[in-house]
Design a binder for this molecule. Structure first.
Ligand code: SF4
Ligand code: SF4
Ligand code: FES
Length: 531
């Protein structure tokens, strides 16, 4: 049987700012311009929303057309010649900006959006140096929109992105344009609030400082933060995100676009659940028990002590599904080497889909790497220590054992903690503590509910002497006579990809910042199914 022919994509050729471009028929001029690196100013247009064509900020000159065209709502055509920066186009956009600024306050010094505001940027780029409007500006009070959102109507440019998101993507139409003309503002329908689990996305979508997050209100300025590409660890969906830090503290999480996972969005639960990343009650130095006390030790001594405890014993590894693939893979080697077993448990909550995007939901399983834990052979159980047998060495890998039956723990011959925190029970009964960096402090990968392996980058420095998990577990294996350890997450991943058939052929280079599906991963469990 011959393979079906690939559907032919009809393309058109046009010229944008003197650059030849060939793009699929039906694409907008605005999107076509992006393909040759030309950014046409725009406000109401957003690739994740239906086109509205209401702001007129994207006006461009198209040769032979009778008037300027809105680039977001005009399709490309063969032979078109488009001028984005011609006098006529810039003049029209300057007029639009002047109109938008009539009622906009001179608020930038106290506005949370300053430094990442498209009104600021385009005004600086091509606006008039002075306004000619001499009348008093319109004033409306700030309004609590519910959820995490506050509305500052004086800054609103009526682009309707927020309204369209709630209508078409969240499919919870609670917002509208109230009033008309220069009195128009965004309103909520009577008795409604922005409490939809994905409503916080209107904050990112708003191109100006009109919709702001209550959580980060007045906390940081855009130019004070460092940004790292990461993956949300708060459920198995694995939304791509950016971690923003200031003074080594995580201060804000924002979505990072990935068409295959989360489009442009992240849920409010994921967005606001970041305080644990800054926890201060950390395991921060290696510890070894001497009599009744846990004493600080250097890394070599602590690793040796852990290896000695494991010699000739069965390791029962209780691992957190928040650990990276690299850490879980190395722990699975520890299990195999000692003829032991691996288990994990996961917190669950309500599922909350985003109706306008297929296969995107806040998943029930509230941990990043449930799929990874399964792929590396860890068994899920609500009573994860049931199979711990008398005399096993219990390796607790970033699990706090909250609510776990103490009598089960007492079957362990010895306990080793490889973790980010040191719970109080550990101080009494643990033999060795090997402190690890948490996921914001190291590089690694997670496997999401669809079997997509995605990289997260280090966003902040690790606490005290804590080391990346792949490094600590690699050194422990080396002390037990297996391998020589790993100095980089990439080399730990390379070993994983070589050893594990599902990951064959993957590397940090091929994963890039968007990730790849593991071989043989069946289509994602649909929204509504478990990981
Ligand atoms: S609040 Fe923001 S997103 Fe909504 S219409 Fe106003 S400017 Fe646009
Ligand atoms: S859906 Fe899950 S992964 Fe995505 S932002 Fe929410 S908690 Fe994070
Ligand atoms: S971006 Fe084209 S009209 Fe608003």
């Amino acid at each position: 049987m011959t393979a079906p022919a690939k559907a032919e994509v009809k393309t058109v050729k046009l010229t944008i700012e003197g650059r030849e471009v060939e793009v699929p028929a039906g694409m907008s001029i605005l999107e076509a311009a992006k393909t040759v690196g030309v950014l046409i100013p725009h406000y109401c247009y957003h690739p994740g929303l239906p086109v509205a064509g209401v702001c007129r900020m994207c006006l461009v000159e198209v040769e032979k057309a009778p008037k300027l065209a809105p680039a977001c709502a005009t399709s490309v055509a063969d032979g078109q010649v488009v001028h984005v920066h011609s006098e006529k186009s810039v003049d029209a956009r300057q007029g639009v900006l002047e109109m938008l600024l009539i009622n906009h306050p001179l608020d930038c010094p106290i506005c949370d959006q300053a430094g990442e505001c498209e009104l600021q940027d385009y005004t600086y780029q091509e606006g008039r140096a002075e306004g000619r409007y001499r009348e008093p500006k319109r004033f409306n009070p700030v309004e609590d929109f519910g959820g995490d959102v506050v509305y500052v109507p004086n800054r609103c440019i009526l682009c309707t992105r927020c309204v369209r998101f709630m209508d078409s993507v969240a499919q919870d139409p609670v917002l509208n344009v109230s009033e008309r003309g220069d009195r128009a503002l965004i309103g909520k329908f009577e008795g409604e609030d922005l409490t939809h689990p994905w409503a916080g996305n209107v904050i990112d979508l708003c191109p100006v400082g009109a919709l702001l997050s209550k959580d980060s209100l007045n906390k940081v300025r855009a130019w004070e933060v460092d940004r790292s590409a990461s993956v949300c660890p708060n459920c198995t969906q694995g939304c791509n995100m950016i971690i923003e830090t200031r003074d080594n503290q995580v201060v804000r999480l924002r979505p990072r676009p990935n068409d295959d996972v989360n489009k442009f969005f992240m849920c409010d639960y994921g967005r606001l659940n970041y305080r644990w990343m800054n926890r201060r009650d950390r395991a921060d130095v290696p510890l070894v028990r001497r009599g009744a006390a846990l004493e600080t030790a250097d890394w070599e001594i602590a690793t040796r002590a852990a290896a000695d405890l494991l010699a000739g014993k069965r390791a029962f590894v209780l691992a957190s599904p928040m650990l990276s693939n690299e850490a879980l893979y190395l722990l699975s080697r520890l299990v195999r080497k000692t003829g032991g077993e691996g288990a994990f448990r996961v917190d669950r909550g309500e599922e909350a889909p985003l109706p306008g995007v297929e296969n995107l939901a806040l998943r029930r399983e509230r941990a990043a790497n449930v799929r990874g834990a399964q792929l590396f052979g860890f068994q899920e159980s609500e009573r994860p220590l049931d199979r711990l047998t008398m005399g096993d060495v219990l390796v607790v890998a970033d699990e706090e054992l909250a609510g776990v039956d103490a009598t089960a723990v007492s079957r362990a011959g010895a306990i080793i903690v490889i973790g980010t925190t040191l719970p109080t029970w550990a101080e009494r009964s643990v033999a060795v503590v090997l402190p690890i960096a948490n996921f914001t402090e190291q590089e690694g990968t997670f496997t999401n509910v669809n079997g997509r392996v995605q990289r997260f980058m280090q966003a902040r420095a690790a606490t005290a002497l804590a080391r990346p998990s792949f490094w600590v577990i690699g050194d422990l294996l080396a002390a037990m006579g297996e391998g020589t350890g790993y100095f980089t997450a990439a080399s730990a991943f390379a070993a994983l990809a070589e050893a594990h058939k599902d990951f064959a052929g993957l590397s940090y280079e091929t994963l890039g910042v968007r990730g790849r599906i593991v071989a043989g991963a069946e289509r994602a469990p649909a929204v509504g199914a478990s990981a």
